[in-house]
Design a protein around this ligand. Structure first.
Ligand code: IMP
Ligand code: MG
Length: 177
């Protein structure tokens, strides 16, 4: 595991303190709005769990599963593998993602959900890789900007591996070449 990591980009401590800050911000912004946090599986799972424990308001949670990636490069296609099973009309939504990369996934999801007429759709992402953006989309809440390197850990995977690392690290290129 750790032997496959070139260097640690964000330590467990750095992540915890930033996630707490973002949670506090969302707490202020969404007080009395009863938002639904919608986690985009599977990458969101650790970030979502930590974020939610830093949000001190009435809210609920749901999850969607999409696939758009195989290995380290986008296939360009977004497929909904698990949809919501509740009415979201008139509700405030906060999409929770592990990383905003090309933006293709979140752009698709945002448009897909807008059709159901929610009151608002916001985006909270752990990582933002602006250098790779293709779609015209930005995060309302972003914990960290990262350089254009393939990162894993804290929920992020490479071929389903490394999600359990407690930090974010850059994968050694020889692992995926
Ligand atoms: P986008 O549609 O290009 O924004 O891709 C979003 C998805 O690609 C994320 O939810 C991740 O699952 C995956 N992804 C993009 N960059 C990375 C990375 O550096 N490490 C791990 N997964 C990544
Ligand atoms: Mg992934």
């Amino acid at each position: 595991m750790t032997k496959d990591i070139e260097r640690v980009l964000l330590s467990r401590e750095e992540i915890q303190s930033k996630v707490a800050e973002i949670g506090k911000q969302i707490t202020e912004d969404f007080a009395d709005k009863n938002p639904i946090f919608i986690g985009v599986l599977k990458g969101c799972f650790i970030f979502m769990a930590d974020l939610m424990r830093n949000v001190d308001i009435r809210c609920s949670m749901d999850f969607m599963a999409v696939s758009s990636y195989s290995g380290t490069s986008s296939t360009g296609a977004v497929k909904i593998n698990k949809d919501l099973n509740q009415d979201i009309a008139g509700r405030h939504l906060i999409l929770v993602e592990d990383i905003l990369d090309s933006g293709v996934t979140l752009n698709y999801l945002k448009n897909y959900l807008q059709v159901r007429q929610p009151a608002s759709v916001h985006i909270a992402t752990l990582l933002d890789k602006p250098a790779r953006r293709k779609a015209d989309i930005h995060a309302d809440y972003s914990c960290f900007e990262v350089p254009d390197a393939f990162v894993v850990g804290y929920g992020l995977d490479y071929n389903e591996c490394y999600r359990n690392l407690p930090y974010i690290g850059i994968l050694k290129p020889e692992v995926y070449s």
